[in-house]
Design a protein around this ligand. Structure first.
Ligand code: ADP
Ligand code: MG
Length: 260
């Protein structure tokens, strides 16, 4: 049995002010085993965030079921950690307090909380900044803090919605290596949404592409490159080949989306 099972999941939003209902996602099947790293690629508006939000329990499927460890998802829970594109740190808490927030909520003993928090401050490279306020951090640092906060709760599944979308290319590339390094070490189950093809291939064990609105899964492509991966992989011929294949697939979708 898969760790995470998305079966026949669709989402139709009711029309606004008498308008027609919007099908954001057509019935979708996707299964993740423990430690899978799946990236989801697709044109804007194809339902990527909607799918992720339903896995997070922040939205409810119109049809179908999502099960985690055999249990139906009915709402948000500590077994799923989410990281969004925009910075969602608590502005009134320091880096250290942000990372420890979920653990304190759970009522973990203070000593244990401290130990976990210190581990993740180091793992995301925020040592020296642990007492800073989010507003005094760069965008990349804020996202590192958001990732540390999600991981500190030890979720079964980590959900990331275009987490590096607002960062400059150089920072983005470093963040990809940082997150992948953590995954290589901790082996988490991850769904990572992006519209960046290179990022999707670099990070993934499997790349899921989605069709233009109304979204559905178009293809699932295994990524065979060994770990640990570094940025040099991006200039390997096999990497370019895979990126080109996905580029062509998505071009067709982008054209369809632009015409819709
Ligand atoms: P993506 O993340 O792939 O860009 P979304 O999942 O955000 O796409 O949106 C998919 C479609 O569903 C879009 O057409 C969007 O306008 C629509 N949609 C998303 N959320 C809502 C909502 N709460 N109410 C109505 N329509 C929505
Ligand atoms: Mg989105």
């Amino acid at each position: 049995m898969s760790l995470l099972d998305i079966r026949g999941v669709s989402r139709v939003f009711p029309g606004v002010r008498g308008g027609a209902p919007v099908t954001a996602l057509q019935p979708t099947d996707l299964a993740l085993d423990e430690n899978d790293f799946v990236t989801i690629l697709g044109p804007s508006g194809c339902g990527k965030s909607t799918l992720l939000r339903m896995v997070a329990g922040l939205d409810t499927p119109t049809t179908g079921t999502i099960t985690l460890d055999g249990k139906p998802v009915t709402g948000p829970g500590a077994d799923r950690g989410m990281v969004f594109q925009s910075y969602t740190l608590f502005p009134w808490l320091t880096v250290r307090q942000n990372i420890g927030f979920g653990l304190r909520e759970k009522g973990l003993p203070a000593a244990k909380t401290r130990q976990i928090v210190e581990t993740y401050i180091d793992r995301v490279g925020l040592r020296g900044f642990e007492n800073h306020w989010p507003r005094h951090l760069s965008g990349g640092m804020q996202q590192r803090c958001a990732i540390a906060r999600a991981l500190a709760n030890q979720p079964r599944v980590l959900l990331l919605d275009e987490p590096f979308g607002a960062l400059d290319n150089q920072t983005r590339s470093l963040m990809q290596e940082l997150l992948l390094g953590i995954w290589e070490r901790e082996k988490k189950t991850v769904i990572f949404v992006t519209h960046d093809i290179e990022e999707a291939v670099f990070m993934a064990g499997r790349v899921v592409t989605m069709s233009a609105r109304p979204g559905r899964i178009k293809s699932i492509t295994p990524v065979p490159f060994a770990h640990p991966r570094t940025y040099t992989l991006k200039s390997a011929p096999e990497f370019s080949e895979l990126r080109l294949k996905l580029t062509e697939e998505l071009r067709a979708e982008a054209i369809a989306a632009a015409m819709a």
